[in-house]
Write a protein that binds this ligand. Structure first.
Ligand SMILES: Cc1ncc(COP(=O)(O)O)c(C=O)c1O
Length: 441
């Protein structure tokens, strides 16, 4: 048996797979056993082109030598150091490196292990910061319809995807949602859509309803990914920023997907020229190779905690693995790989080619909308009558059989290839999808 072909396990029953149709999967498993560059290898030895950077996370592609070596070396040198009341150099180095690539003003970094934990952390920082500044009445949190902020209780409370919320009880109290930004008149927009900046004004409505002095923070994805890729309408984020500033409300950008070059800049905040008060990150921070998340925080927020006697803990929050050595080493090597290869700029340079290829699918069967920005694309399909998400799932399965990994969320096909993608591979992605779309029921 070739080295890159591993036997598939005989028993699939014990592992309850996350966000997966378990029974369907276990009848016809899709197993990856190796990955390199732009390709996965399946258990039966096929090459599958990675059209999704794993799960929006392997922005530098797979099996990158610098990152692999950094992890190996770190494991052999310092496997673990306590995260509380002790430190190790690489966590500090990584925090500084993140501050250096982030938009100005994001001066401090709190490490977590995932996007979900970054969101919980940011929401808690917002509440605790207002209290530290003598504004304890600011306890309400505002999210947005169709938002995805991970799967923990804070995240699903401010999130707006109904299936992630409806069976989990009452969630957090004191949460409101802004309207989503998906407007039919924006269909087939290239880049940011024209219509919808006014939707941010709903925040003024919440202020009128509750009083600004009760609202702690607004959290939005600058580009909503998991709901099916919705770009912010022109002027929308700017207006949200202006209303938050006017009322002393923190603005949190959830950049778990949009961070690390996905939109052709370090963060979406940079791409859109809008500075939030906090940024949540994860995924591309370590190129997906090991779990790690981060919350980037403005100096104003951080400094509000730095009061009281020196020996007291300022913020009662943290994780056993916050900034752990191996994740920090992976993060540093990842940022270095992005820098050495100019990958954020590469995404920007490829955007026009990507956009043209994606929008060439407009006339394919079932296509009702196409959306794109940076190296992200979405193709929304007409749902089958009475069977939502079935056509999208069939597209995912058929693309996989044809050697291409895409994501389906509902009836939208989402694309986010590693930023090392070549033009010929972009062509391959869209030619494969063209055939898949023509073959769908
Ligand atoms: C915007 C956003 N926030 C949070 C998360 C949750 O991240 P994780 O799955 O690492 O907890 C995701 C995951 O896709 C995301 O897209």
């Amino acid at each position: 048996m070739a080295l890159d072909r591993k036997p598939a396990p005989n028993d699939l029953s014990a592992f309850w797979m996350p966000f997966t149709a378990n029974r369907q999967f276990k009848k016809a498993p899709r197993m990856f056993v190796a990955a390199e560059g732009m390709y996965y290898t399946t258990a039966d030895g096929r090459q599958v082109l990675d059209g999704t950077a794993g799960l929006w996370c392997c922005n530098a592609g797979h099996k990158r030598p610098k990152i692999v070596q950094a992890i190996q070396q770190q494991a052999a040198e310092l496997d673990y150091a306590p995260a509380f009341q002790m430190g190790h150099p690489k966590a500090f180095e990584l925090a500084s490196a993140l501050r250096d690539i982030a938009p100005g003003g994001m001066d401090h970094v709190f490490f977590t292990n995932s996007g979900s934990e970054s969101v919980e952390t940011a929401l808690k920082i917002a509440l605790a910061c207002h209290r530290a500044r003598g504004e304890a009445s600011r306890t309400r949190l505002v999210g947005r319809e169709r938002g995805y902020h991970g799967v923990n209780f804070g995240g699903i409370s401010v999130g707006g995807i109904v299936n992630n919320r409806r069976v989990f009880g009452n969630l957090l109290s004191g949460v409101d949602h802004l309207p989503h930004t998906h407007l039919p008149q924006n269909a087939f927009s290239k880049g940011q859509p024209e219509h919808g900046a006014h939707l941010a004004d709903a925040l003024d409505g919440l202020v009128a309803l509750h009083g600004a002095e009760t609202i702690a923070a607004v959290i939005v994805e600058p580009m909503a990914g998991s709901t099916g890729v919705l770009m912010p309408p022109k002027g929308y984020l700017e207006r949200l920023r202006e209303i938050c500033t006017r009322h002393g409300i923190f603005l949190i950008f959830d950049e778990v997907i949009t961070g690390f070059g996905r939109l052709g800049a370090s963060f979406a905040a940079e791409r859109f020229g809008v500075r939030p008060d906090m940024i949540t990150a994860a995924k591309g921070l370590t190129n997906g190779i090991i779990p790690m998340g981060a919350v980037l925080v403005s100096a104003e927020i951080h400094d509000a905690f730095m009061n009281g006697p020196d020996h007291l803990i300022e913020f009662f929050h943290g994780y056993t693995y916050s900034g752990c050595p191996i994740a920090s080493a992976a993060g540093l090597a990842t940022l270095e790989t992005y820098r050495e290869e100019g990958l954020f700029q590469r995404a920007a340079d490829l955007e026009a080619y990507w956009q043209e290829g994606l929008h060439s699918l407009r006339e394919c069967p079932h296509v009702i909308d196409i959306r794109n920005m940076g190296l992200i694309g979405a193709i929304e399909l007409q749902p089958m009558s009475g069977e939502p998400a079935k056509r999208g799932f069939s597209a995912f399965l058929n693309a996989y059989e044809a050697g291409l990994l895409v994501r389906s969320t509902g009836d939208t096909i989402a694309l986010s290839p590693p930023l090392i993608v070549e033009k010929a591979q972009i062509d391959q992605i869209f030619e494969t999808l063209r055939k898949v779309l023509h073959g769908l029921d």
